[in-house]
Write a protein of this length. Structure first.
Length: 343
């Protein structure tokens, strides 16, 4: 890492931490995510060069995965019997969100069909940007609209849960934490499995590696306890900072129209996703906070961390977001069709 990159990373850590402290001071829900995301976004739009090293980001994904899996108990397995009905609604929700927002971008903002579809994809940011780079579309619009979606949902989802009094009364994590040697061993094995998943091209591979190892060791009783707060809190701050860095290097003038389009679409998909989540919660008995986070079309890692922070069921949330990403992996090439030609 060069000196300039090291300086940018240190500045990012400083601003992200300051953002978290401010969010705590004003009593924001999920302050360790929202504070850094907003602070880094503002700093990036102001022209500062900010970055989070890929290696640090990847470690955070593994930690979030382990923290999710640590919440799995025999009671969770029993509750999962009601999830298939909820799973059925995931592809339905994805199709509704995709086509409604795509129609809006074409009808009111005059974007071409391919750009509108890619900008409207309810998730799978890295995959969508890869598709956008290989097609005839407005790559800037797709990138900005997708980044607005991730940032807006990071901010609004915990606010909705907090405002309507849906925050769980009890933490989803175990009451005690893993010992340091056990934690290190769990993270190491999780990282190795995550790298294997990367070779298999699975979505959110590093997070899934942590989930798989943590669930298998906790459900068998081989390991007990959660990830300690001294590790989780910095992880949340870094994850929030990663979200904010998506707007670095972009001027306000360049993103004005795309920002408005992304904002309007995000409002629409948030309302639709909340309505679907409410229906799923009513029909299946799943707690509304978990359903809202599970159907919010935000980043998997962010929504998983949010589930832990807001005492929702992280296993339920994570399973639904993984299904959403897998469905999008198949759906997007199909809906783009022949119009998505390589450059």
């Amino acid at each position: 890492m060069s000196f300039s990159e090291l300086r940018a990373s240190a500045l990012t850590a400083l601003i992200g931490t300051a953002g978290a402290l401010i969010a705590i001071a004003v009593a924001f829900p999920a302050p360790y995510l929202i504070g850094p995301a907003v602070a880094i976004t503002v700093a990036g739009l102001a022209g500062l060069r900010l970055t989070v090293p890929a290696e640090v980001r990847n470690v955070c994904f593994v930690i979030i995965g382990v923290s999710m899996g640590a919440s799995v108990t025999p009671e969770v397995i029993v509750a999962a019997r009601t999830w298939p009905a909820s799973f059925v609604m995931v592809p339905v929700a994805v199709v509704i969100l995709l086509y409604v927002s795509s129609w809006m971008l074409q009808r009111f903002f005059r974007y071409d069909r391919v750009t509108a579809l890619l900008a409207s994809s309810p998730g799978h940011l890295s995959y969508v940007l890869s598709l956008a780079a290989e097609t005839h579309c407005d790559l800037r619009t797709v990138s900005v609209a997708q980044s607005v979606r991730v940032l807006a949902l990071t901010i609004t989802t915990p606010l909705i849960v907090e405002i309507f009094g849906l925050v769980g009364a009890e933490p989803a994590l175990p009451p005690h934490v893993m010992s340091v040697p056990v934690l290190i061993a769990t993270l190491a094995v999780s990282a190795l499995l995550g790298m294997l998943f990367l070779r298999w091209r699975l979505p959110a591979a590093l997070l899934l590696g942590g989930v798989a190892v943590s669930i298998s060791t906790h459900i068998t009783g081989f390991v007990s306890g959660g990830v300690p707060n001294w590790l989780l809190i910095p992880t949340y701050v870094i994850l929030g900072s990663v979200i904010g860095t998506r707007f670095c290097g972009v001027s306000i003038g360049e993103l004005r129209v795309a920002f408005v389009a992304g904002g309007v679409v995000t409002v629409v998909v948030t309302v639709l996703a909340a309505a679907i989540a409410g229906g799923v919660s009513y029909l299946t008995g799943v707690p509304l906070d978990a359903a809202l986070i599970a159907f919010a079309p935000g980043g998997l890692e962010t929504m998983a961390a949010m589930a832990v922070m807001l005492h929702a069921d992280p296993t339920y949330v994570g399973a639904h977001h993984v299904l959403r990403l897998m469905f999008l992996s198949v759906l997007m090439p199909l809906v783009l069709g022949k119009e998505a030609r390589q450059r």
